[in-house]
Design a protein around this ligand. Sequence first.
Ligand SMILES: C[S@@+](CC[C@H](N)C(=O)[O-])C[C@H]1O[C@@H](n2cnc3c(N)ncnc32)[C@H](O)[C@@H]1O
Length: 497
Amino acid sequence: MTLSILSAQPSAPQLPASFPPSPNLSLSPLPSLTCALQCQHFQSCSGCTQELNLHRPIILDDVTDFFNNHGVSDFTFDSCRLWGWRCRAKLAVRGSSNSPLIGLYQENSHNIVDIPHCKAHHPSINATVELLKQGITHLKVEPYDEDQGTGELRYVQMAVTLNNTSLPASQRYRNGKVQVTLVWNSRNENSPSSEKLKALANFLWRNGGPRSNVHLIHSVWANFQTSTNNIIFGNRWRHLLGEIDFWEHVGGIDIALAPSSFGQANTRAFDSLLRKLQKYVPYGAAVADLYAGAGVIGLSLAATRKCRSVKCIEINKEARLSFEKTVGRLPKSIDTTISWHHADTSIGPLSWLMGSDVVVVDPPRKGLDPSLVDALRTLSLAEKRAMLTERSFSKVKNEKRPWILRAREASVQIESKTSPEEGQSLPKTLIYISCGWESFKEDCKSLLSRKEWHLDKAHGFNFFPGTQSIEVLAVFKRGPGAGLKKKKSGKKKKRPL
Ligand SMILES: C[S@@+](CC[C@H](N)C(=O)[O-])C[C@H]1O[C@@H](n2cnc3c(N)ncnc32)[C@H](O)[C@@H]1O
């Protein structure tokens, strides 16, 4: 059978949301082509590397074996939505104004592959890319030329919100609206080419905004970037048109996401992960959310697990505003002490763990910072030291360490009305969310090596169908774990005579 036979199918079939229940992941003998990508850009575009069996990423065998070998025999995998899952995309704009290219780099090159029919993108992203190309040509906008450093439009970020509560839930996905960020090759909005930027934004709004025939666009933003390195965004962001606030609904709460703060690409899969994660957090727990972005995980836990306290640590200061807006929409009944700190988790990590029962880490692909791994591996030592000196944990009030003081100054704090002040405990549960499988394995081995932690549960989520990545949710508990505790000698006790 060839792929062309499949392309005769009217639409790609959907799988049940979660299968199989593991451990050997072989219960569902679906024909592999049923779950084929069927994308005309496959092979020329670097975005996807797996064409068949999208429901079962190749990496899954390794993941299942790894968890089996580390005592988790009930690993589960949620195959999630297989096509149109990407609700957030950053695309390069190259070529010429008459023939713009909007897409990803070819593997190991700086050539851009145009991907107008990408099967991973939410359909509203592809439609907006098409509209943007028309605008570029119509207004003679010059795409960026990397070699010369010339041109006007460098990149575009598109984020889709599925959160239109005026529609029935079944229609929300299809009616997703796009927050467009145009990355403009100038220092700020006062540069000579800014008139063209405004004209392009107006073009998008006129033809894709709420008064157009097809309402696609939620809002238009500009980011200004002139550097010659590969960093996509500059530091200057400007809202141009449409609603300033971009809301999504995940993990039981409304979340605000500014274009400058981190957002998960696969909204629906992220929602499934959050709902699973919530089950591992006891009601009333004190939670530290490290690598928190706009605090989505922590705030979702505050709302659904009635946490005593939630402390979010994030290095990107731009995420603060989104955090504050999300807090503003939390149900008024929530009685949690909530804080967000603009800080680097790798500096003095123990201070962020202190006072929490559960720590959630969601690092970038490269994994945890070594200093945090060290702090987590040696928590018992820290506890013993604190008991001996009775000093280090009481530093909280008389804090002198400059990085902590700086982070406190840049923090947002909402006090609970009834919860007691931060305690001195250290976490007994560690929940690790990973998008980088190789780095996760390394971190996991380090965490287990001193028997300070053992692996309790693990789940996989198909966050990136068609690629070699999956998202992992792993739950660690303090102590060596039942399977690894000292074995009894095997000698039978003598019965009393
Ligand atoms: C994978 S994202 C997760 C964000 C958030 N948990 C979410 O789901 O929306 C990783 C986040 O870690 C932040 N980050 C990276 N290095 C950090 C560090 N050393 N300290 C604190 N945050 C860091 C990034 O800015 C980014 O927001």
